[in-house]
Design a protein around this ligand. Structure first.
Ligand code: FAD
Length: 385
């Protein structure tokens, strides 16, 4: 049974048309360029695809996460996974938290134009010395009059080179997670610099960069939520980020599986199609079982999330299983292509490469296992320590 409503399906249809018409033909050049053009954000914004979860007061549609799920699934269908990564980093990771916790002024300044596709956003959390351990970040924001003065560096930031604003995780208080805040840094702020565009193994259509903050001055009113209250906001944001990544993996696995099935019917060896060999029928049967299981876990987690139930463990299971399965399914689906698995002209070559990012982004598989352990009573009891 599908969890999607008729409204979701209508949304899917119009998005699918846009993806086929305006994304599929250009995805190869964006892979080459290493970033999406601004115009794509504008086109998606004009048609209301970037503000699906943004409140209506800020120019969005105020829909629930199922519409984001449709957005992810349809963008992934273009076959260039970086497209979905970049668009969702903008529409969901960088923007949703401002919509949820920002003042009316910063919503108007950043969320409204982001939903319209006029300003591109990025989320800046990871630093050269702190990734999984968000509580250890060192980028510091010091209050000076009506401003914050920010010093530090961020790395691996999706949309880093093209963003007009970065929702930035900074230290405003003491050590640990209680001293962390979120501040929006406009890209034209004095002292903000994009230090380097990073060359990735895959997801080439999404731009990834290192950022530097050198006495970077932003108005203190660009703070999102309470000062030193940023950690909770980031953890809440992680829930939807992980769901997005689980959805990307599920849809990507479907693409790879369909490619493998098609090739398995067409390609012959020893006088018969590859799918004439039981080993390939079984490998693709196993792959399909993993895809269905990953999707079921993901849909269950989304259902809990949309209903506002506690679901940190379920989200982590979905993200863990989908990301790990994606690597295995990528390998099996690529292997049937023989030498062609390694050739750029085959979509499978790009897809298997893109699959490597998801056991790391938005929380590694090891961190997911820690959360599952914590939420299911697996941590040693105090008296046993
Ligand atoms: C393509 C891509 C896009 C990204 N986009 C963004 C972005 O837009 N914004 C952003 O802020 N970040 C982004 N990131 C960064 C990503 O969130 C981090 O890479 C991730 O959180 C892991 O941090 P790290 O790389 O510093 O690894 P580390 O935290 O140094 O971890 C290294 C290894 O140690 C393991 N480890 C760490 N802690 C534990 C533990 N407690 N128990 C067991 N093992 C542990 C990890 O699982 C990992 O295997 C992106 C990363 C990639 C690859």
């Amino acid at each position: 049974m599908t969890p999607f409503t008729q409204e979701n399906e209508m949304f899917r249809l119009s998005l699918r048309q846009l993806v086929e018409r305006e994304i599929v033909p250009h995805a190869p050049e964006w892979e080459e360029a290493g970033a999406l053009p601004r115009d794509l954000f504008r086109r998606l914004g004009e048609q209301g695809f970037l503000g699906v979860r943004v409140s209506e007061a800020c120019g969005g549609s105020g829909l629930d996460f199922w519409s984001t799920a449709v957005l992810v699934q349809e963008l992934v269908r273009c076959g260039s996974i970086g497209v979905a990564v970049s668009v969702l980093a903008h529409a969901e990771f960088a923007t949703k938290v401002i919509d949820r916790a920002g003042s009316e002024e910063i919503k108007d300044l950043f969320v409204r134009p982001a939903a319209a596709g006029e300003r591109i956003g990025a989320l800046g959390a990871t630093e050269p010395d702190a990734g999984s351990d968000v509580g250890a970040i060192r980028t510091r924001a010091v209050r000076e009059g009506d401003d914050y003065v920010i010093n530090g560096a961020k790395t691996f930031i999706t949309n880093g080179s093209i963003a007009d604003f970065v929702t930035t995780v900074v230290r405003t208080g003491g050590p640990g997670h209680r001293g962390i805040s979120l501040v929006v840094v406009p890209a034209d702020a004095q002292g903000f610099r994009r230090s380097r565009r990073l060359r990735k193994v895959g997801c080439h259509a999404s731009d990834t960069a290192e950022l530097a903050f050198e006495d970077c001055r932003v108005p203190a009113r660009y703070l999102v939520g309470p000062e030193n209250g940023g950690f909770k906001l980031i953890m809440q944001g992680f829930e939807s980020e992980r769901l997005v990544l689980a959805l990307i993996c599920c849809q990507q696995m479907r693409l790879m599986w369909e490619e493998a099935r098609r090739y398995g019917h067409e390609r012959k060896a020893f006088g018969q199609p590859l799918l004439g060999f039981q080993v390939w029928r079984h490998r693709l049967a196993d792959a399909l079982t993993s895809i269905e299981a990953a999707e079921a876990l993901t849909y269950r987690a989304i259902d809990l999330y949309v209903r506002g139930e506690p679901c940190n463990g379920e989200i982590s299971m979905a993200k863990l299983f989908a990301a790990e399965s994606c690597v295995g399914v990528a390998h099996d689906c690529a292997q049937i292509f023989g030498g062609n698995r390694y050739m750029e002209e085959y979509a499978i070559a790009r897809l298997q490469r893109d699959s490597l990012a998801f056991s790391v982004g938005a929380g590694t598989s090891e961190v997911m296992r820690e959360i599952i352990a914590r939420t299911s009573g697996l941590e040693p009891r105090e008296e046993a320590r």
